[in-house]
Design a protein around this ligand. Sequence first.
Ligand SMILES: *[C@@H]1O[C@H](CO)[C@@H](O)[C@H](O)[C@H]1NC(C)=O
Ligand SMILES: *[C@@H]1O[C@H](CO)[C@@H](O)[C@H](O)[C@H]1NC(C)=O
Ligand SMILES: *[C@@H]1O[C@H](CO)[C@@H](O)[C@H](O)[C@H]1NC(C)=O
Ligand SMILES: *[C@@H]1O[C@H](CO)[C@@H](O)[C@H](O)[C@H]1NC(C)=O
Length: 285
Amino acid sequence: MKILLCRLFILFLLPFTCSYKPVVLIHGIMTGSGSMEMISHRIQEKHPGTKVYNVHRFESWSSLETMWHQVLEIGMDIVNISSMHPEGINLIGYSQGGLIARGILETFSNVSVDTFISLSSPQAGQYGAGFLHLVFPGLVKDTVYELFYSRVGQHTSVGNYWNDPYHQNLYETYSVFLPYINNHIKSAKSEEFKSNILNLKRLVLIGGPDDNVITPWQSSQFGYYDSNETVIEMREQDIYKEDRIGLRALDESKRLHLLTVPGVNHFSWHMNVTIVDDCLLPYLD
Ligand SMILES: *[C@@H]1O[C@H](CO)[C@@H](O)[C@H](O)[C@H]1NC(C)=O
Ligand SMILES: *[C@@H]1O[C@H](CO)[C@@H](O)[C@H](O)[C@H]1NC(C)=O
Ligand SMILES: *[C@@H]1O[C@H](CO)[C@@H](O)[C@H](O)[C@H]1NC(C)=O
Ligand SMILES: *[C@@H]1O[C@H](CO)[C@@H](O)[C@H](O)[C@H]1NC(C)=O
């Protein structure tokens, strides 16, 4: 009888007592949901029963549509997904997708995210040829601000998070996305952006020195260039010191995890099983 009860427990109850939260995946620029399939399969293999939602919107060229447009459209899908899972969901964004994910987190207070994992995303912005040339091979990083910091230039996603350390006045004047979600410029939404981030159980920021596309690579962990192109790490940045979006509060309550992994090129993060096993799975419960 005891054994039978035990078997019954394992068969019927265990799956409920230790079920994993659903995971939403957001792909990077100039790719699509297909590029996130390996992560999806690995999660389902190692954490059986996990429901994985792989976002299909804004694939390929449409990934260049403006950041706010993508945040609002994908955000409405995630509101829907979240409402089906009141226990909470986990969110993973790769590359540009990690910045879209953060925009969604900050904007939608009716999305309930437990763990947000940013996989090599330009969270503090981008200033480098690597990323630029993925999309605009002919442009030069030193002068592209002339295009991006204009009304027209803000019609592309990359323009929305281009952060030129030598032209901060223009960045503040023209950029409609990054300075706002970073609460670098205060708006009517600033408090809500921060309080939504503070609802996270965990924030995991993954990046590494051999990325070669995110520039500087520390942007994946909110580090960035000063006006001399010297990299200042996150904890020395105003966004952290003044706790503009809640990074410091998350850090002080041990909810912020910075993972620095050498030896991984930008195009390998989402293709590397070791990364999934060591950097994603331990944070998904
Ligand atoms: C949300 O879910 C409802 C009901 O399933 C559906 O009718 C609606 O189209 C969905 N909205 C979005 C943005 O997916
Ligand atoms: C969720 O929040 C968004 C943005 O605040 C709003 O537009 C949407 O109607 C809300 N949806 C639900 C189902 O509460
Ligand atoms: C820029 O570099 C100069 C010379 O090394 C230094 O005096 C100055 O403090 C630096 N400025 C910043 C903002 O790092
Ligand atoms: C995969 O990731 C590991 C670190 O977890 C790294 O050492 C290795 O070089 C990576 N492999 C590739 C092909 O990027």
